[in-house]
Each structure stands twice: as structure tokens, then as C-alpha cells.
Design a binder for this molecule. Structure first.
Ligand SMILES: Cc1cc2nc3c(=O)[nH]c(=O)nc-3n(C[C@H](O)[C@H](O)[C@H](O)COP(=O)(O)OP(=O)(O)OC[C@H]3O[C@@H](n4cnc5c(N)ncnc54)[C@H](O)[C@@H]3O)c2cc1C
Length: 92
């Protein structure tokens, strides 16, 4: 098993969400939750960005999603060989 951690999720007009961006492993689980929350936050930030500026929206989305993604990825290493934790992911 490996956990991919990307330094950045966006370049130019392209941004990554879900599996492509957050790379949850089978050990961490939470892949669907991360994908749905990422899409929701991105849609919100695109709506808020002045003039629909995608660069601002991408940066704000990344700021908001980084801690949530890191906390979920950490489930993999916190539970080596075991099932995903039943604790809430907002404890980190
Ligand atoms: C066996 C298994 C069990 C899982 N169980 C759970 C679970 O219990 N709970 C959980 O939260 N998560 C689970 N996951 C993870 C979850 O399925 C993923 O995290 C989630 O589906 C990611 O969504 P996504 O939209 O980012 O990617 P995907 O669901 O992979 O969607 C990507 C889509 O892009 C399409 N695509 C690819 N390339 C191209 C292209 N060039 N052009 C156009 N379309 C393209 C693909 O066909 C696909 O439809 C599981 C995954 C697997 C494999």
C-alpha cells in the first residue's frame, strides 16, 4: 500500500478533485466523502470568486480542503493493518 500526497492540485485552468487529487488509499477509506466534499467546496468557491476567477477559487478550495484531506489520509497510517477508525475525522 502507498499513500500519494500531492503538493498542489491545480495548474492553469485544471484542478484535481476526488481520487485524482486527494488520493485516498484503501487503508484510509473516505474516498467518496472526500470527492463529494471537494466538489461541494469547489462549486461554492467558484460561485464566490470575483468575476468567476478560477485561480482564486482553486486556491481557496485548496486552503479549505488541505486539512480535511490530510486528516483523512492520516487514517491509513494511524490504522496500519486494521480497519478504518470509527472516530470522527475532525479530531486532528
Ligand atoms: C473496490 C472499491 C471499494 C470502495 N469502497 C469505498 C467505500 O466503502 N467508501 C468510500 O468512501 N469510498 C470507497 N471507494 C473509493 C471511492 O469509490 C472513490 O474514492 C470515489 O469513487 C472517487 O470518486 P471520483 O469521482 O474522484 O473518481 P471515480 O469514481 O474513479 O470517477 C472517475 C470517472 O472518470 C472516468 N474517466 C477516466 N478517464 C477518463 C477520460 N479520459 N475521459 C473521460 N472520463 C474518464 C472514469 O470512467 C470514471 O467514471 C472504493 C473504491 C474501490 C475501488
Amino acid at each position: 500500500m502507498a499513500q500519494v500526497r500531492r503538493d498542489r492540485w491545480s495548474r492553469g485552468r485544471v484542478t484535481l478533485l476526488g481520487y485524482a487529487g486527494y488520493c485516498p488509499s484503501p487503508m484510509s477509506g473516505q474516498g467518496t466523502s472526500l470527492a463529494l466534499v471537494g466538489a461541494y467546496v469547489l462549486a461554492q468557491e467558484l460561485g464566490r470568486a470575483p468575476g468567476g476567477g478560477h485561480r482564486v477559487a482553486y486556491a481557496r478550495t485548496e486552503d479549505r480542503m488541505r486539512p480535511f484531506v490530510a486528516a483523512n489520509q492520516a487514517l491509513a497510517t494511524e490504522n496500519p493493518g486494521g480497519p478504518a477508525s470509527e472516530e470522527p475525522v475532525d479530531r486532528v
